[in-house]
Ligand binder design. Structure first.
Ligand code: BQZ
Ligand code: CA
Length: 695
């Protein structure tokens, strides 16, 4: 059936069939055209939230035989039951597609990023592609919720095994998993939580990875305190802001090993903040983690190898300590190469997210000998052109940058830009066929909160766009095809806009070139500033940009994950409007409305009200062009056929990426299918900072 579907798609491609969305050449607003039907292939089997996992003590525990023989019997490790919490997390067999697994084998990832170091809490990336997701366990977990019906869902317990709201809803008491240990055997407890909160989130000199863990991400005025070793207590200004339980998952609340980090922090040492951030370079092996695998080998520009964490605090219902897989690889290459290697079988998993690779990947995966399964999900990958709305000093703009920000804040200007975009041509420039859809901006059409009739779409209309540009006061006064600033601004010279993009993805570069070409027809000169992922992120989060092209993040693909990023509800929550040095925001009237809607959503207890609030959000944000949608399309999960326990229909992106959603610690490979890929068979992580694994 799957192959038939693929052949169907290929046939469509062969005929060059592409969904012709007739471009309405009218400047009045309308709703986006109905996108080509693109049914997600792997049908999701919906389950109840509490059918996935629980915390409880089991009568006996097990581990791989070689761990007992080489480590426990040799006195190098305590018995497995002493390495587990009182009540470990137990994954329920009923939710395991292929049931209880066996130990052995490796999962080989390819990543396009590069590790800066292991200090995730101080903002260092490990290269993305699932490596930080695997290392960093967070208070709650949301990615596996793609298989739970939206209405009755709430984040899954993780490091926080349970929580209770006070009667008035202003306090949330969280109970941590008791007796869990870091991968070096040191105890995990509330001190780790408080170090992360006080010395990494609240401390203004430290910004955790991902650009979203500001104090206000958990609500303005929110406080957190330790009650005892396994209890912390949140206090919120609003009542029952249940939304923040999502923000307490990856990437915003994943505490690091405070027993290793604290001694390097400027508050407790002579280190500068820079020295603290860089205290654990990529060469520092065996960094203690709560995750299932520990970094034991790093070869620059080649590979990072992880070995199973002997203190991992999760088991299956038979008491087998997880993970089943002994080793993970992260081959340091490019994102495009990840797709190629996954379909070829030299790697094991990829999120097919760059349309330029769709056809070749589909063809290879359709062959009988294909080593990997490929299944498309819903249209949840999207791109927006975002304009910097901060005229308040964020990013210290020069005179030209400030003038551009003023233009960005002019609705006629934003309408001119959005109407000058031929989104059909943009989508076709990535891939022909039923994949891409016209995307007006705002919520992804694949999210359950999406309502097409609440989405305002300004159709492609170049003449109308030029009229809007003139209304914004921009005319080409010297006849060279580029509009000029008004006489009093910058001496009336040509308008030139710098557009920030990441240069690590073909798709980002294709979209940028498309925007440059189409803006030229409108009369705007766009200069591309292409940086590698980390530098791009740094420039983005510090406000040093006029426009940027950004692949959508979870608030647009799920709404409930990182909801605070939907609007500037705090000085550092929005992707394109943050405070300057005075911590003040210069909100435009429509943004104030968005903030109000998002705050109401965060504390609403009624699903019906939440759905209506998101209709309001979508209408206000698309009518006022809060972001300029470019295109959206479905992603496909490519995963090697030898793995068992892959949940059917796992989307590559929803509450988080597939590397989280597939629950890698539960994946296994039948003994007769195991590859000989382990580089350090029968070895375990060594001491923090020591070289490599030990046997
Ligand atoms: C997925 C993801 C897992 C970050 C990153 C990368 C960074 C961004 C974004 C994606 C990569 C892969 O995305 O493209 O498929 O494996 O890692 O984290 O783009 O540069 O900063 O937000 O998630
Ligand atoms: Ca000119």
């Amino acid at each position: 059936m799957m192959n038939f579907r693929k052949t169907g798609i290929l046939a469509g491609l062969a005929l060059g069939v592409s969904v012709l969305a007739l471009n309405a050449y009218a400047s009045e607003a309308t709703v986006p055209p109905v996108p080509a039907e693109f049914p997600a292939e792997g049908k999701i089997k919906y389950v109840a939230r509490d059918s996935i996992l629980e915390f409880k003590a089991l009568p006996e525990y097990h581990e791989p035989d070689w761990v007992t023989k080489n480590f426990v019997a040799a006195g190098k490790l305590p018995p497995v039951k002493d390495r587990l919490p009182k009540e470990p997390m137990v994954f329920k067999t009923g939710n395991m597609p292929d049931g209880i697994g066996v130990y052995g084998d490796t999962m080989r990832h390819v990543i396009g990023g590069r590790p800066e170091g292991w200090n995730y809490g101080a903002g260092q990336t490990q290269g993305w592609g699932g490596i930080d997701i695997g290392l960093s366990e967070c208070l709650t977990r949301t990615a596996p919720l793609f298989q739970v019906e939206a209405k009755d869902t709430e984040p899954l317990p993780n490091l926080a095994k349970s929580w209770d709201w006070s009667a008035d809803g202003h306090k949330l008491t969280m109970h941590l998993v008791e007796g869990a240990k870091w991968s070096d055997g040191a105890p995990f407890n509330a001190d780790d939580i408080m170090f992360y909160w006080d010395d990494e989130v609240i401390d203004p000199n430290v910004s955790p990875l991902g650009g979203g863990a500001s104090p206000e991400a958990f609500g303005a005025g929110t406080t957190l305190k330790k009650i005892d070793d396994y209890t912390v207590e949140w206090t919120f200004k609003e009542a029952f802001p249940k939304q923040y339980l999502y923000t307490m998952s990856y990437p915003n609340f994943c505490p690091g090993p405070s027993h290793i980090l604290k001694p390097q922090h400027p508050k407790y040492s002579k280190n500068t903040y820079d020295q603290f951030k860089n205290a654990f370079p990529p060469e520092f092996m065996n960094m203690p983690v709560m995750g299932a695998w520990v970094p034991v080998e790093y070869r620059s520009d080649d590979i990072i190898v992880m070995r199973r964490n002997p203190y991992y605090w999760k088991v299956d219902e038979k008491g087998n300590q997880l993970p089943y897989l002994n080793e993970l690889h992260y081959k340091l290459s490019t994102w495009a190469d990840r797709d190629v290697q996954a379909v070829a079988g030299s790697a094991d998993i990829s999120n097919l997210e760059q349309p330029e690779n769709f056809v070749a990947s589909l063809k290879r995966a359709a062959e009988k000998t294909a080593p990997a399964r490929l299944a498309f999900g819903p249209r949840l990958i999207g791109y927006n052109l975002r304009m910097n709305f901060s005229a308040n000093g964020w990013g210290n703009p020069d005179e030209r940058g400030q003038a551009i920000r003023e233009l960005n804040r002019n609705e006629d200007f934003r309408k001119a830009v959005t109407m000058a975009l031929d989104r059909k041509a943009i989508g076709d420039s990535l891939v022909k066929g039923p994949f891409t859809a016209i995307y007006a901006g705002g919520l992804s059409s694949g999210t359950s909160f999406y309502d097409r009739n609440s989405t305002v779409y300004y159709p492609f209309d170049l003449a109308g766009a030029k009229a809007e540009l003139a209304k914004a006061g921009l005319k080409d006064t010297d006849g060279d095809g580029i509009v000029n600033f008004p006489a009093g601004t910058l001496g009336g010279k040509n308008v030139e806009i710098v557009m920030l993009i990441t240069n690590q993805y073909t798709t980002d570069k294709s979209l940028a070139e498309g925007v440059v070409a189409q803006m030229e027809k409108l009369g705007l000169k766009i200069v591309i500033n292409g940086l590698d992922g980390t530098k791009r992120d740094d420039a983005h989060y510090s406000g040093r940009w006029d426009w940027l092209i950004q692949r959508n993040t979870t608030e647009l693909s799920s709404v409930v994950q990182n909801t605070e990023q939907l609007a500037p509800v705090g000085p550092r929550t929005s992707w394109n409007h943050r405070a300057g040095k005075d911590d003040k925001l210069d909100l435009m009237p429509f943004e104030t409305e968005l903030v109000d809607v998002v705050n109401k959503f965060t504390t609403s207890q009624s699903n019906e009200e939440r759905v209506n609030l998101m209709k309001q959000y979508q209408k206000i944000s698309t009518e006022h062009v809060n972001t300029v949608g470019l295109t959206e399309y479905p992603g496909a999960l490519i995963i090697n056929k030898r793995f068992s326990n892959v949940p059917q229909g796992t989307p590559i992106f929803m509450f988080n990426w597939a590397e989280d959603s597939v629950i890698r610690e539960r994946l296994w490979v039948a003994a007769d299918k195991q590859g000989k890929y382990e580089l350090f068979p029968e070895q375990l992580p060594g001491k923090p900072g020591d070289k490599g694994p030990i046997n």
